[in-house]
Design a protein around this ligand. Structure first.
Ligand code: TXA
Ligand code: MG
Length: 355
């Protein structure tokens, strides 16, 4: 294979191939092609059960560096390293606490990312200059087979342009990354739809830096003292030091101004009737009968899994509708609903009206 080319400074587009992989047993040629690109240092969007990731060899500083460029990601925002089994973690870290094995047994493969002190094998380009590394074993069979075939851990942030909603389908990846990466693997929609829970074992007590499908209640069954980092629901001030660099950046945002409104449906409708301009709303199925404005729904207000599954697609649709200002009903804050709220809050730049 020729030496891999990356998109250059002048932004000359590169050809992005679409590789359909629906079945790890049948689609071997496409799997091999994606793995060969990864082995040669290329950038490939791959499916996981959470969101699509923009993958490259995590141990190759040039390939990892190219991820930041393709996404337009600040170089101090570290990447998650994906491996296919717990044994593969040993060379990547300086020490493995006992609790890692208990967490792994319960939650891996799955939507949990764990931060540990990194070994010298992991380049600083992969960790955004940090001395720690974020690790995850994804549950998606295509992701695990690609890691295995590539023969190396894969660094993979979400495969969106930095700041945009995360991609939950190959079409989302193409929208953001066509011309900037070598291939997009198409394995259909992600089943969870929002990114993994990120937890650090480098602080005492252990901290959740980003909520996800593995909830704090679930983690407390293994680590009773785990806490939620305060930055999860609060805006960080300029210059403030945060444990997870990703927390200080604007995130998940459509072009539109997003405003969260917390209150009953009656309060929500009353508040909107007082606004000068309402282009559209994001609400729940139960609300639609009474909604006088154009709307997109996240599913039932009692079904947080549906809200997680639909949220990023709905945020992308806001721009397709060309709405300039959109009001959003706040989800119920339990289970994965906490993570849905965290992403909506960031999409809204922390603008929330309490009624
Ligand atoms: O579900 C997911 O986690 C997806 C899929 C592809 O695995 N990946 C993902 O990556 O969401 P990304 O880069 O979009 O989000 C990773 C978050 C960022 O907020 C980053 O700052 C944080 O994890 N992070 C990564 N490494 C870290 C480290 N060593 N210390 C603190 N935070 C870290
Ligand atoms: Mg991301």
């Amino acid at each position: 294979m020729d030496k891999i080319k990356f998109i250059d400074k002048e932004m000359e587009p590169i050809k992005t191939k679409r590789l359909v992989i629906s079945d790890v047993d049948k689609d071997r040629a496409a799997l091999e092609e994606a793995a060969e690109l990864l082995r040669s240092g290329g950038l490939v969007a791959i499916p996981t059960e959470t969101v699509y990731g923009l993958a490259a060899n995590a141990l190759d500083p040039e390939a990892a560096g190219a991820i930041y460029h393709a996404k337009g990601r600040p170089s101090d925002n570290p990447l998650i390293v994906h491996v296919c089994d717990v044994e593969a973690i040993r060379p990547l870290v300086r020490e493995i606490p006992d609790c890692l094995y208990r967490l792994a047994e319960r939650f891996w493969p799955g939507p949990l990312t764990i931060i540990l002190p990194k070994s010298a094998l992991v380049p600083l380009q992969t960790t955004g200059g940090l001395d720690t590394v974020a690790l995850r074993i994804p549950a998606h069979p295509v992701a695990r087979e690609l890691i295995r075939l590539a023969g190396t851990p894969l660094a993979a942030p979400s495969a969106n342009r930095s700041g945009c909603p995360s991609p939950t389908s190959a079409a989302h990846c193409m929208q953001d990354m066509e011309g900037r990466i070598h291939a997009v693997v198409d394995s259909g929609n992600c089943t969870i739809g929002l990114e993994s829970t990120v937890m650090t074992l480098c602080s005492q007590p252990p901290r959740i830096l980003r909520p996800g499908a593995v909830t704090i209640e679930m983690l407390r069954e293994i680590l009773p003292d785990v806490v939620m980092d305060p930055a999860v629901f609060g805006e960080t001030k300029p210059g403030e030091r945060v444990l997870s660099p990703g927390m200080k950046y604007r995130h998940y945002s459509p072009e539109a101004r997003v405003i969260l409104v917390r209150g009953s449906l009656a309060q929500f409708l009353n508040y909107l009737s007082l606004q000068e301009r309402v282009d559209g709303v994001i609400c729940f199925d139960e609300d639609t009968g009474q909604m006088p404005y154009p709307y997109l729904t996240l599913g039932s207000q009692w079904d947080a899994n549906s809200q997680a599954y639909k949220m990023f697609d709905v945020l992308r649709m806001v721009d397709r509708e060309k709405w300039n200002i959109v009001y959003v009903r706040v989800p119920v804050l339990s289970g994965i609903g906490t993570a849905v709220y965290n992403r909506l809050l960031r999409a809204a730049g922390f603008t929330e009206v309490l009624l």
